[in-house]
Design a protein around this ligand. Structure first.
Ligand SMILES: [Zn+2]
Length: 79
């Protein structure tokens, strides 16, 4: 497991990985899981493949890709 997939990892765009969804769900990239990403500026969450964490940009203020769908309490998860 790489460093980017560890909960609390913050990428160069300031986006924070809050960890895998609970329960873990497959993403839409090969052999990837969905991770809950958090934007501290927008205080909003979105989903990303594990492979996309390092370069993830906020879909709300950084013109990032639309996030993968989150369910249940995932949009409200906080660091
Ligand atoms: Zn944002």
């Amino acid at each position: 497991m790489g460093k980017t997939t560890k909960p609390g990892f913050k990428n160069g765009n300031g986006q924070v990985n809050l960890g895998r969804t609970e329960p873990p769900r497959p993403g839409n990239d090969h052999l990837q899981f969905v991770y809950v990403m958090h934007c501290p500026r927008c205080v909003r969450n979105y989903g990303a493949n594990g492979s996309g964490i390092r370069h993830a940009k906020c879909p709300f203020h950084q013109n990032g890709e639309p996030g993968l769908e989150l369910t249940a309490d995932e949009p409200d998860r906080r660091p």
